[in-house]
Design a protein around this ligand. Structure first.
Ligand SMILES: [Zn+2]
Ligand SMILES: [Zn+2]
Length: 334
């Protein structure tokens, strides 16, 4: 008989761990919430008690101002939840503090990945494959068309644009949590030691990363800089600021955006992006399928994105799988 894992139930607003009276990444306030990482579609404020890595708790504190009990759990550490459920937090390689959560109950093991990627990221420890019965995987880029190029190639294109744009700056749209810091850290790795200029909306998260031990080099606010001083420089802003009034104070910006969605030309056009950089913090198609093969669970539950193609891939490969209908996930995340 197939196991049914009835102690873990998908709901539209999160995964409910029945015997523990707890939720994973609930989109509504919960008495007891386990949170995989700080992106807004996973981490909400207002929970009675929040169990997460110290980094994720710090990120949530910055965004929601704390409140409620906090239970910090380091990577590799296990906490006992009510109802004889054990939860262990394992690196997911997605953003600083991001974790997969291994749940153990009644001799069964379930891993909930949250979001993850397999590429190296200088701002967080790498994803670890954990053996389990049920593997709950995200599928944000769950279509074979999504194959992310090596980040070194995208960094080379960014640095080349800076050389060729006489009298211009390069303005890179990047989400405030994770993507902005990864782009900066990769610029440093590529040997770029000049100041990186920031839109004010990115400053606090960058400073928090630094406080938590991620070195980002010389960061300065773009506001108040004379136009001429920004010529030839790299400036980062949230995607929403790429085409707004704020960017008019910059010297004729070459508009770039760092996102897995830049693979889709129409998305780049929508944002008037001249230099689309395909940089994603999610597993691409090859990484999703390779990860399922490596983890080799009895069952794969697919959520958070394009479930259908991955479901079909599982069936073609004689893997038991189901798509979870969960809502509330949108792409701060890319
Ligand atoms: Zn997500
Ligand atoms: Zn995320």
């Amino acid at each position: 008989m197939a196991p049914n894992f009835s102690w873990l139930r998908p709901h539209p607003h999160g995964l409910c761990i029945g015997p523990a009276g707890a939720w994973i990444d609930p989109s509504q306030p919960a008495e007891l919430a386990l949170v995989t990482h700080g992106h807004a579609d996973h981490a909400r404020g207002g929970h009675g008690r929040t169990v997460a890595t110290p980094e994720t708790l710090a990120i949530m504190g910055l965004r929601y101002g704390g409140g409620g009990d906090e239970v910090p759990v380091a990577y590799g550490e296990t906490v006992d939840l009510p109802g004889a459920v054990r939860a262990t937090f394992v690196p997911a390689g997605h953003v600083l503090g991001s974790a997969q959560i291994l749940l153990e109950h009644a001799g069964e093991r379930v891993v909930v990945t949250g979001d993850y990627k397999r590429r190296p990221d200088p701002t967080c420890p790498p994803f670890q494959a954990v053996p389990c019965d049920v593997f709950v995987t995200e599928a944000t880029f769950g279509l074979p068309v999504f194959r992310h190029p090596p980040i070194a190639e995208e960094m080379a294109r960014l640095l080349a644009a800076r050389e060729t744009g006489e009298g211009r700056c390069v303005l890179v749209g990047a989400y405030a949590l994770g993507k902005a810091q990864r782009v900066i850290a990769e610029l440093r790795r590529a040997g770029h030691s000049d100041p990186v200029y920031l839109h004010g909306a990115l400053e606090r998260m960058c400073r928090l990363y630094e406080e938590l031990g991620v070195d980002l080099g010389d960061l300065r606010l773009a506001a108040g800089m004379p136009k001429g001083a920004l010529e030839g420089q790299i400036v980062l802003c949230p995607p929403s600021a790429l085409n707004d009034r704020w960017s008019r104070r910059l010297p004729d910006p070459i508009t770039a955006m760092a996102s897995g969605w830049m693979r889709v030309r129409q998305r780049a056009r929508q944002r008037n992006v001249e230099l689309p950089l395909v940089i994603s913090d999610h597993a691409d198609w090859d990484e999703l399928t390779a990860t399922i093969t490596e983890v080799n669970p009895t069952e794969t539950w697919i959520t958070h994105g394009r479930e259908d193609a991955l479901l079909r891939w599982c069936e073609l490969n004689q893997r038991r799988a189901r798509a979870l209908a969960m809502v509330g996930y949108e792409d701060e995340d890319d």
